[in-house]
Design a protein around this ligand. Structure first.
Ligand SMILES: Cc1cc2nc3c(=O)[nH]c(=O)nc-3n(C[C@H](O)[C@H](O)[C@H](O)COP(=O)(O)OP(=O)(O)OC[C@H]3O[C@@H](n4cnc5c(N)ncnc54)[C@H](O)[C@@H]3O)c2cc1C
Length: 254
């Protein structure tokens, strides 16, 4: 069976939905295909920087006071030092990943974007993509299928890439917010991103080169953080992710 669309976005995470909303705003007929279905979660620090908040607003995705917690800047801390800076103008917002995704999905539905969940894209063929048993012809195809993108591989952009692998764990804790900044705690073997999500909930994302590092074992790296969190009630299970920093051979613009 063959069908068509103006813009096909492969991947309905934040990047794919943002691209879909931007294309729809320009008047394109847009379809998003994602192999998963909402609520789509991912290990993440859950801190939206001011530029992201502004970009979302321009796309019609309003993050309201009930959705998350505003923070005024970034603070870096290690055992003995701390340095911080405030944003000028718009604040950042800490918001659960699933809440952000839901808001973006609602906006996409409201704009008339076709959303195909549980629909993995299996390959590309000329100006078409293969979605299950369906070949979808599209004038534009956007690959937004995440850090381990297969689209990038299919179109030959994976060559000569240098990458550095890191391992992340994320968990939410019930704890009274103690900071009006997003905090990045610097340890010997790991960093912890701490984001207030509400007056009583904080997100902690640990990132390390050690695949065996787990949040509860990492407290000795972060004595200040341990003092605040080691007795706090966890509000979600630990969620892991493998992430890579990539250095691409070339970046194309225009
Ligand atoms: C530990 C950690 C902390 C972070 N903290 C922050 C932070 O505080 N603030 C911030 O802004 N960013 C943060 N990031 C980065 C942020 O998480 C990513 O930039 C963001 O998730 C990228 O979104 P995406 O839509 O590109 O990818 P993803 O969210 O990975 O979405 C990709 C989507 O593509 C779908 N997909 C994949 N393959 C296919 C296929 N073949 N067919 C169909 N669908 C497919 C997947 O199901 C998925 O839904 C953090 C990252 C990590 C690892």
């Amino acid at each position: 069976m063959g069908v068509g669309t103006g813009v096909l976005v492969i991947g309905g995470g934040p990047a794919g939905l943002a691209a879909a909303l931007a294309a729809r705003k320009k008047g394109f007929d847009v379809t998003v295909a994602d192999g998963a279905k909402p609520p789509i979660d991912k290990a993440c620090g859950e801190g939206l920087m001011p530029g992201t908040v502004t970009a979302l607003r321009e796309l019609g995705v309003a993050i309201g006071p009930g959705d998350g917690q505003a923070f005024r800047g970034i603070r870096f801390l290690d055992a003995g030092t701390s340095a911080e800076a405030s944003f000028s103008g718009v604040s950042g917002v800490g918001v659960r990943r699933t809440v952000l995704h839901q808001k973006m999905v609602e906006r996409a539905e409201g704009c008339g974007i076709t959303l195909l969940w549980n629909t993995p894209v299996a390959g590309l063929s000329g100006d078409s993509a293969i979605l299950g048993g369906t070949v979808v012809k599209s004038r534009w195809i956007i690959g937004a299928d995440g850090i381990h993108s297969r689209v990038r591989r299919w179109i030959g952009l994976d060559g000569n890439v240098r990458q550095e692998m890191r391992f992340a764990q994320r968990r939410h804790y019930r704890v009274k917010a103690w900071t009006d900044c997003m905090e990045i705690h610097w340890g010997q073997k790991a960093q912890a991103y701490v984001t207030p999500l509400s007056n009583e909930e904080t997100c902690v994302a640990l990132i390390s080169r050690d695949p065996r590092m787990r949040l509860e074992e990492a407290w000795r790296e972060f004595p200040k953080l341990a003092g605040r969190l080691c007795r706090a009630e966890p509000r979600s299970a630990e969620r892991g992710a493998v992430t890579v920093s990539r250095r691409l051979g070339q970046v194309y613009r225009g």
